[in-house]
Design a protein around this ligand. Structure first.
Ligand code: SDX
Length: 392
C-alpha cells in the first residue's frame, strides 16, 4: 500500500462490488445461483429457468416462464444483413472472434437497445439478445461448414431449438436425442454465472461507462476467449489430444507443467477462487461418463484426462498449490461426444454464461454503480525535458 491506493494485480484481493446473484465458497467448493445450489439446479431446472432466476432473482412460475420464452422467441429473428457481415469472415476465423463482432454489430440493427436506463428497456434488450445469440452461435458454426443459415423450430424448448439450429441437416433431420438436449441443458446451467470472473468483470466495467448491453457482452466474449479463462475448454482437448498423439505419457506433460522455464500449463487445472475441487467439474465428470456410456462411445481422451487428474491429485506440486480440475477440464469431452467441434467449445461456454453476464450487467446498472476506473502505482520516469532530434 502506497499513499491512497493498494496495489492488487489481477484483483486477487479486491471486492469490486456487492452482488446478490452468485455465491462461491472456494475453500468448501460451494456454488449457488440466487441461493440455490448448482447441484440442485443442474438436476432439476432447465437452462431457461436458470436464465430467468439469475436475471430476475426468483425461480419463475410456469406463466412467467412461458411469457419469458414467448418474448424471447418473438425477438429471435436476426436481420438478413447480418449474414453479409458473416460472409466477410474467412471460414478459418475463430468463432469467438466472429461472435464478439456479430454481438457488437447487432447494435447497428437494434439501435433502441443502446441507451437502456429503464427496467422496461433493459428487459426488451435482454430478450432480444437471449433470442438472437443462439442464432448467431449456430450460424457462426454452420457458416464454417457451408450449411444453410436459418432457424430451428419455435415450438421446441430453448435448448432443443438451439440443437436443431446447430445440427439440422439440409434434409431437416437432426440428432434430437433427449440425452443430447439434457446434457447441453446441464452444461449450460453449470456455466451460467460465476460471480466476478474475468469476463463478467469485463462486462461490468464496460457497462459501467453506460455503453449498451450488446457491446458489453461483446467485450465479455472477447475476455472469455483467452486460454486462461473460457478458452481453456478448447485448450484442454488440444492438450489431451497431444498427449494421446505422443503415446499417452502423462508424466512428461506433468513435468512440463511444473517446469518454471516451460510456459506449458496443465489446462483445465487450477482456479483463482476454488482451492478445492470445482463443484462444476465434479458434476461434469459424472455427466461425461453418463453421456459416453449412453452413446456407447469409448473416448481414450477421457481415460487420459482421468489419468492426469489422478496423477495431479497425488503430486505435491499440484497439491501444495491446491490445483484441482476446474469447469473446463471435462466439459470438452461431453461437447465432443455431442458432435460439437473443438473450436465451438468456448462459444458454448459463452452461450451458457450469457445469462450471468446479463444478470450482472443489469444489477450493476440498476444499482447505478459508478464508472469503473482503478488507480495505479506509477513506476516510470520522473519529469524530464524534450530532447531535439539531432541530440538523440
Ligand atoms: C475459468 O474466475 C473464474 O471463476 C473463471 C471460471 C468461470 O467460471 O468464469 O471458473 C472459468 O476460467 C476456469 C479456469 C480455466 N483456465 C485454465 O484451466 C488454465 C490453466 N489454469 C491456470 O492458468 C490458472 O490456474 C488460472 C488462470 C486458472 C488461475 O490463475 P491464478 O489464480 O492467477 O494463479 P497463478 O497463475 O498465480 O498460479 C499459482 C501457482 C503458480 O505457481 P508458483 O508461481 O506459485 O510456483 O500455481 C501454478 C502457477 O505457476 N499454476 C499452475 C497451473 N495453474 C496455476 N501450474 C501448472 N498448471 C496449471 N494449470
Amino acid at each position: 500500500t502506497k499513499g491512497v491506493v493498494t496495489l492488487d494485480p489481477g484483483y486477487k484481493n479486491t471486492g469490486a462490488c456487492e452482488s446478490a446473484i452468485t455465491f462461491l465458497d472456494g475453500e468448501k467448493g460451494i456454488l449457488r445461483y440466487r441461493g440455490y445450489s448448482i447441484e440442485e439446479l443442474a438436476e432439476k431446472a432447465t437452462f431457461l429457468e436458470v436464465c430467468y432466476l439469475l436475471i430476475f432473482g426468483e425461480l419463475p412460475t410456469q406463466q412467467q416462464l412461458n411469457k419469458f420464452h414467448t418474448d424471447i422467441k418473438g425477438q429471435s429473428h436476426v436481420d438478413e444483413d447480418v449474414k453479409r457481415i458473416l460472409d466477410g469472415f474467412p471460414k478459418s476465423a475463430h468463432p469467438m472472434g466472429v461472435l464478439s463482432s456479430l454481438t457488437s454489430a447487432l447494435v447497428a440493427f437494434n439501435p433502441s437497445s443502446v441507451n437502456v436506463d429503464s427496467e422496461e428497456d433493459m428487459y426488451k434488450a435482454i430478450v432480444k439478445i437471449l433470442g438472437k445469440f443462439p442464432v448467431l452461435t449456430a450460424w457462426t458454426y454452420r457458416k464454417r461448414l457451408g450449411l444453410p443459415l436459418d432457424y430451428g423450430d419455435d415450438n421446441l424448448g430453448y435448448v432443443d431449438n438451439f440443437v436443431k439450429m446447430m445440427f439440422k441437416k439440409p434434409s431437416g433431420e437432426y440428432n434430437s436425442k433427449q440425452t443430447v438436449v439434457d446434457a447441453l441443458d446441464k452444461l449450460l446451467i453449470l456455466h451460467a454465472d460465476h460471480e466476478q470472473n474475468c469476463s463478467t468483470s469485463t462486462v461490468r466495467i464496460v457497462g459501467s461507462s453506460h455503453a449498451g448491453l450488446f457491446v458489453s457482452l461483446s467485450a465479455g466474449i472477447a475476455a472469455l476467449w483467452g486460454p486462461l479463462h473460457g478458452g481453456a475448454n478448447q485448450a484442454v482437448i488440444e492438450m489431451l489430444e497431444a498427449i494421446k498423439e505422443d503415446g499417452g505419457d502423462t508424466k512428461k506433460f506433468m513435468a512440463k507443467a511444473k517446469d518454471k522455464d516451460d510456459p506449458f500449463r496443465l489446462m483445465g487445472f487450477g482456479h483463482r477462487v476454488y482451492k478445492n475441487f470445482d463443484p462444476r467439474a465434479k458434476i461434469i465428470k459424472k455427466a461425461a461418463d453418463d453421456v459416453l456410456e449412453s452413446m456407447g462411445i469409448e473416448d481414450q481422451v477421457l481415460d487420459i484426462a482421468k489419468g492426469l487428474e489422478k496423477e495431479a491429485l497425488e503430486d505435491s506440486y499440484f497439491v501444495d498449490r491446491k490445483l484441482y480440475p476446474n469447469v473446463d477440464f471435462y466439459s470438452g469431452i461431453i461437447y465432443r461426444s455431442l458432435g460439437i467441434p473443438v473450436e465451438m467449445f468456448t462459444p458454448m461456454f459463452a452461450l451458457g454464461r450469457l445469462p450471468g453476464w446479463i444478470a450482472q450487467w443489469r444489477e450493476m446498472r440498476l444499482k447505478k454503480e459508478p464508472i469503473g476506473r482503478p488507480r495505479q502505482i506509477y513506476v516510470g520516469e520522473n519529469l524530464r525535458s524534450y530532447v531535439p532530434m539531432e541530440e538523440r
